[in-house]
Write a protein that binds this ligand. Structure first.
Ligand code: G6P
Ligand code: MG
Length: 215
């Protein structure tokens, strides 16, 4: 077996938290009279909290002090934490648990590579945590995707080489990060958006791990 590990992004790959991020950012934007659109939210996928706020302020044409920004970051996260507080295993995306079980049986190591500082809570609430051999989240990295740091740290934590890893990503920035890190990338979503990925699937539902992981 050439590939030894599978590295998963969290939001939009294993669970769908984008809607919660969207609600929390949209509410936050109202502080400065700005209404975030769904298209803009799409561009925030995979992007860290701090960078997301900077982008929103840029779109809104708002200049804010560091103190104000820190206050807004806390406010957004408190709202987000409130929205995810009732997350449960029903929110695992279709086919994900079966896919994780297939790759575990095949002997692949499994790691998380997410920009979210709330990844651990989400993995616990959904019960997904049991599958993971390593968790690299927003608390362990200093550079946002498309920088490959999060996935390189994941490979390192698992004790495998980057070229032995396959990354699963729903965001363009994440696919770019995987490719920059010298890994294979499987996009979850639309091929027209995730055109840099080596393969693209729309869902894990009814996905056969053996055939998908053949390159
Ligand atoms: C993921 C999401 C982003 C989010 C980022 C940080 O990458 O796709 O939309 O901004 O995590 O999440 P956090 O939970 O730390 O605010
Ligand atoms: Mg994602």
């Amino acid at each position: 077996m050439k590939y030894k590990a599978c590295l998963f992004d969290l939001d939009g790959v294993l669970v769908d938290t984008a809607i919660y991020h969207f609600k929390a950012w949209r509410q936050l934007g109202l502080n400065f009279g700005y209404q975030l659109t769904e298209d803009q939210n799409e561009q925030l996928k995979g992007i860290s909290r701090v960078e997301s706020l900077d982008r929103i302020l840029g779109w809104a044409g708002v200049q804010a002090s560091e103190k104000e920004k820190s206050k807004w970051l806390v406010e957004k996260n408190e709202h987000y934490l409130d929205l995810i507080s009732n997350m449960n295993p029903n929110e695992i995306l279709p086919g994900v648990s079966d896919f994780l079980s297939q790759i575990k049986k095949e002997g692949y190591l499994i790691a998380l590579g997410s920009a979210s500082k709330n990844a651990q809570i989400i993995l616990e609430k959904t019960g997904l945590i049991k599958w993971f051999d390593a968790i690299i989240d927003g608390n362990k990295v200093s550079k946002s995707k498309p920088d490959p740091e999060v996935f390189l740290k994941g490979a390192h934590a698992l004790g495998v080489k980057p070229e032995e890893c396959i990354v699963f990503e729903d965001a363009q920035a994440g696919v770019e990060a995987a490719k920059k890190g010298g890994m294979k990338a499987i996009g979850i979503g639309e091929a027209s958006v995730l055109f840099e990925a080596d393969k693209v699937i729309s869902t894990f539902l009814n996905t056969n791990a053996n055939s998908l992981l053949k390159f």
